[in-house]
Design a protein around this ligand. Structure first.
Ligand SMILES: Nc1ncnc2c1ncn2[C@@H]1O[C@H](COP(=O)(O)OP(=O)(O)OP(=O)(O)O)[C@@H](O)[C@H]1O
Length: 235
């Protein structure tokens, strides 16, 4: 379970997140939605402990806080830390050595599934292939929470659909998954709930099924409607 209480984050006097609170139970996959610059990446970096929130903000995973949550969380946002001469197989080796919960067999299956050439140097990989590798590394760990930040930005449409459809199949059943994306229509069938951010605050945290059944809307229609309403009717 991932719990965020009263999360505030200010950077260079610019308030980015203003008092976010939500709780995502285990066995739930949640889309994190919001316009460019709203703070989705910032939220993921805060959850993962890469940056520090303002005082009196709490982030808990399975009841743990602070540095202790790192073991229960999988988030790989970049390969900037790797050496340009590293090959895909070297990165896999680093993960094998660095994470006791790294599932080597799952990683091998994902490499095949995503058609990643394990002999290629990182510096020679295309943007989309790096994104596929980041997804594969993230979901090859056995943790309770998975954060995927705009994982499909550069992935071609066929691969994206294929990966999306099978994403949950690779993860432990009880996993909590938070995935940020602008591909709202495509993610809709994958997620249970959606968190919608606007102006640094939580505009909605709603079940996708409820949006469909009770509001009669698709997730994208619901998102657009909420944004327009919050803008006082302006698009
Ligand atoms: N290092 C930084 N210094 C100052 N401001 C920053 C820094 N990084 C991000 N920001 C600001 O924080 C805000 C949130 O950025 P963030 O990247 O979290 O948004 P996002 O919702 O992920 O956007 P996108 O959908 O475009 O990826 C933006 O206004 C951005 O300009």
């Amino acid at each position: 379970m991932l719990q965020v209480n009263n999360l505030h984050y200010t950077k260079s006097r610019h308030v980015i997140l203003r008092g976010l609170s939500f709780k995502i139970p285990s066995h739930r996959t949640v889309a994190l939605l919001g316009e460019n610059g709203v703070g989705k990446t910032t939220l993921m970096r805060l959850i993962s402990g890469l940056i520090e929130p303002n005082p009196h903000s709490d982030i808990m995973i399975d009841g743990k806080m602070g540095a202790k949550i790192k073991a229960n969380l999988s988030y790989v946002s970049t390969l900037d830390w790797a050496n340009n001469y590293d090959r895909v197989s070297d990165i896999v080796d680093y993960f094998k050595m660095g994470y006791p919960d790294f599932n080597e067999q799952r990683m091998e299956e994902l490499i095949k599934f995503m058609r990643i050439d394990r002999t290629k140097r990182i510096a020679k990989l295309s943007t989309g292939t790096i994104e596929k590798l980041l997804i594969a590394l993230t979901i090859s760990r056995d943790t309770s929470v998975y954060l995927l930040d705009e994982p499909f930005g550069g992935v071609d449409v066929l691969a994206r659909k294929k990966i999306m459809q099978s994403l949950l199949h690779w993860l432990p059943e009880e996993a909590t998954v938070l995935v940020s994306t602008h591909y709202i229509q495509e993610i809709e069938s994958l997620v249970d709930d959606a968190i919608i951010l606007k102006d640094g605050r939580l505009l909605a945290y709603e079940s996708v099924e409820k949006i469909r059944k009770e509001e009669g809307l698709s997730l994208e229609q619901y998102y657009t409607q909420l944004y327009i309403e919050d803008n006082g009717g302006r698009e």
